[in-house]
Design a protein around this ligand. Structure first.
Ligand SMILES: Nc1ncnc2c1ncn2[C@@H]1O[C@H](COP(=O)(O)OP(=O)(O)O)[C@@H](O)[C@H]1O
Ligand SMILES: [Mg+2]
Length: 413
């Protein structure tokens, strides 16, 4: 078993959702089985009671005497105009319609009759000129059925509780290996990125040094100008590639949750943070115009400052990468409704195919438009950070008409 560190929020939510779905399925399966069992038990008892009533009435009709008092059972003997029966009988009997039917030659028939609030089973037969009618009071049987129904209901309620608890426990247990697998995968990514980070940073620095050295030495070396330029451009490409690989490794490290762990509960001013990120990006801007507009003050957000910084930096970095050196980038901050701050990063650069507006937030997704275009990790992580802070991020863009990214985050006040 792995020693588990707390998984990041989206993963935690996904695991919790999976466990809840499993728990619901187990509990509902259990409940359906219980309901079926209850229904079957009720039907069996009901059939048993009917058979018993019929049996008792048949016995009474064959062997009983109308004057004899049998609990819950009365016997009537109709011979022409005279009717024999025990001293005390329920009102409404003998049942005249059944007697008339039997007298007219109808076969023995059992009928269910309700008189007042009491249910009776009635069996009528003809023996020569005499018609005999047995009347069975089902009160005790009804009472037994009511008891059974109450017991089944109680068992059902207990079953619901039991099914929910069992479902929750089983759901958790079945999801645990999935949590372990995710944890293992996260650790692998974290370890691999961590191991790669140092040699890559060294490579990047060496390439930068080499480029600087080549630029300084170019004229002194006496190398033909064309070769020297070629060397410079190759070295520049190498510096850029090393820088890009470095960024991917940083993103992977961050995605593995190494950076979001501590200081999740900081309070910070989004406007100050945005200004800081802009300052850090300034060296990359070249001739681009970068404008920061802030409407309102006290835009305080709670969360992991470094992560939110990273998110803004990703948006700015993308804006810089997708605009020409004379392009224009705008970062604006404003309150949008109660307790929400909206951060927009807009540029007038390449834009993107509107069909890709969701796909660009997927990890290493491929563009839907023709041509080999793969997306990276940056926006996927930016969305994770926004969601992690209870917010959203969306994008609008058109090819050649720039792009706009909008992040909405809850404010603390
Ligand atoms: N400002 C922007 N203008 C145009 N396209 C953008 C912009 N920002 C992001 N994109 C598109 O979204 C894709 C995904 O961005 P990102 O997740 O940062 O990964 P990467 O930049 O490594 O491809 C980019 O490849 C690009 O096609
Ligand atoms: Mg990017």
């Amino acid at each position: 078993m792995l020693r588990r560190s707390a998984p990041p929020a989206p993963e935690r939510r996904m695991l919790a959702r999976a466990a809840a779905v499993l728990a619901c399925r187990i509990a509902s399966g259990f409940l359906v089985a219980l309901a079926l069992l209850g229904f079957c038990a009720y039907r069996v008892v009901l059939d048993e009671q009917r058979t018993q009533a019929r049996h008792e009435m048949a016995m009474a009709l064959d062997l009983g005497s109308p004057d004899q008092a049998i609990p819950c059972l009365w016997l009537f003997e109709v011979d022409g105009a005279s009717v024999r029966h025990a001293p005390q009988v329920p009102a409404g009997f003998p049942l005249q319609s059944a007697v008339a039917g039997a007298q007219a030659g109808a076969p023995p028939a059992q009928t269910h009759v309700t008189v007042g609030k009491t249910d009776f089973e009635v069996l009528t037969v003809r023996r020569g000129a005499v018609v005999r009618q047995a009347v069975f009071d089902t009160w005790y049987q009804q009472a037994d059925l009511d008891h059974l129904a109450r017991a089944l209901l109680l068992a059902g309620l207990l079953g619901v509780v039991l099914a929910t608890v069992t479902g929750a426990v089983l759901g958790r247990r079945s999801i645990a290996p999935l949590g372990d697998a995710l944890e293992r995968q996260r650790r692998f990514v974290a370890d691999a990125s961590h191991e790669l980070r140092t040699p890559l940073t060294r490579l990047h620095t060496r390439a930068q040094m080499l480029l600087r050295w080549q630029q300084e030495q170019a004229s002194a070396d006496g190398l033909p100008e064309e070769r020297s330029e070629r060397l410079t451009s190759e070295l520049r490409a190498m510096v850029q590639s090393a820088g890009e690989v470095n960024e991917v490794v940083e993103d992977l490290l961050m995605s593995a949750g190494m950076r979001t762990g501590p200081n999740r509960g900081e309070y910070f001013d989004l406007a100050t943070l945005a200004a800081e990120v802009i300052e850090a990006e300034r060296p990359r801007l070249a001739g681009r115009a970068l404008v920061l507009t802030t409407v309102g003050d006290g835009l305080i957000v709670k969360g992991a400052r470094s992560s939110v910084r990273r998110m803004i930096s990703t948006l700015l970095d993308n804006a810089v990468s997708h605009t020409t050196p004379t392009g224009r980038i705008e970062l604006s901050l404003r309150r949008a409704g109660r307790g929400i701050v909206e951060l927009d990063v807009t540029d007038d650069g390449d834009g993107f195919d509107p069909a890709d507006r969701e796909r660009i937030f997927e990890r290493f997704a491929q563009s839907g438009s023709p041509g080999p275009h793969h997306f990276g990790l940056g926006l996927a992580l930016a969305r994770e950070i926004a969601t992690d802070h209870g917010g959203t991020i969306r994008a609008v863009g058109r090819p050649g008409q720039g792009a706009a990214f909008t992040v909405r985050l809850p404010l603390t006040d």
